[in-house]
Design a protein. Structure first.
Lengths: 171, 166
């Protein structure tokens, strides 16, 4: 159970069932299911959405604002593919349980780390490292090994089989 | 390898990335608002975003759901040891499953890490995730040389993509 959950973002929150899911009405569900995959790239995307959904632009904006405020969506906008901006890898470390807090703090201090998860495994620390170049990325991984005294498993993406276009939210 | 090529982003592209990475403003003319922040015209913003979409810098422009808030709370990272000459075949098939959001090939590190195929499996709880993992295992049959599901127990750090700050 996470004791603190500062950011309940999509992907990967393995445990717990703290709190209820937020209730959505039919229009909200239709809107989210349809537009998680993409908005019309037009000067007036929200008016276009309203026309497709048979409602008003004002209501579409109001719904999106409420979904964002309530954390149902984190944002409406571009999803960038991190790999294409600089170099990145998925890294894993096997950290003795008693040392996890200390080692995680060392790793989190690297500004190149943007996601860090504790997972239930011998490899219990999993994080994404992003750097402007492959050389810098390798240097950061070596710095991490020096700073922690532990080996870092370097698991770069070799092939992507699926581009996440969202999945059915209500089925 | 296509994943490692970086289409060049110029200064204006970067200003647009900075102005949009936390989301579009929820106003009738969002690209006009971005244009004012990036110091260009609405047309230029849309043109640049269209180009970033087509060269893959932007995966999509959409409403980004918080699956956790929506009740998907049992997501697990499944990792599989599949023969190298089968990984392409199974990677594609696993990537097509609707409950899998990401499927990647990554290198093994023998002997400590034998897994070369990663698939993020989504479900409402652990039981549902394990049922879905069992479906993948059944699909692989004899070709499943070993797998694990790693559930995350804590988010230790999560920040958005940072660009433009250095």
């Amino acid at each position: 159970m996470p004791t603190t959950a500062p950011m309940l973002e999509h992907q990967d929150s393995g445990s717990g069932s703290a709190g209820e899911s937020i209730a959505l009405n039919d229009l909200e569900k239709r809107l989210l299911d349809r537009y998680q995959k993409g908005l019309p790239l037009s000067p007036t995307p929200f008016r276009d959405m309203a026309e497709e959904l048979g409602t008003s632009e004002a209501l579409v904006l109001q719904i999106l604002q409420r979904l964002q405020r309530d954390g149902v969506i984190s944002r409406v906008g571009p999803v960038f593919r991190p790999k294409r901006i600089g170099a990145s890898t998925l890294a894993a470390m096997a950290v003795p349980a008693a040392d996890l807090e200390r080692i995680a703090a060392i790793i989190n201090d690297f500004r190149e780390v943007n996601h860090n998860y504790e997972r239930e495994d011998h490899y219990n620390l999993w994080f994404v490292v992003t750097a402007p170049s492959q050389e810098r990325l390798q240097a950061v991984l070596q710095e991490m090994e020096r700073a922690t005294g532990l080996p870092v498993l370097d698991l770069p993406l070799e092939r992507q089989f699926h581009i996440d276009l969202g999945f059915p939210l209500w089925c | 390898m296509p994943e490692t090529t970086n289409p060049p982003l110029d200064a204006l592209d970067r200003r647009i990335v900075v102005a949009t990475q936390a989301g579009l403003p929820l106003v009738p003319d969002p690209y006009g608002a971005v244009a004012r922040e990036a110091g260009c015209s609405r047309g230029e913003v849309m043109e640049r975003m269209r180009r970033m979409l087509s060269n893959g810098v932007i995966r999509r422009i959409g409403a980004v759901p918080n699956h956790y808030t929506l009740g998907f709370r049992g997501n697990g990272m499944s990792v599989w040891d599949v023969a190298d000459d089968r990984v392409e075949h199974y990677g594609r098939r696993i990537g097509e499953l609707e409950f899998v959001s990401h499927a990647y090939r990554r290198p093994r590190h023998l002997p400590e890490w034998p897994y070369n195929l990663f698939a993020m499996v989504h479900g409402r709880d652990r039981t549902e995730v394990m049922e879905k993992v069992a479906r993948i295992a059944a699909m692989l049959g004899e070709d499943d040389r070993g797998h694990e599901v790693l559930f995350s127990t804590r988010i230790l750090k999560k920040t958005g993509l940072r660009i433009g700050s250095g």
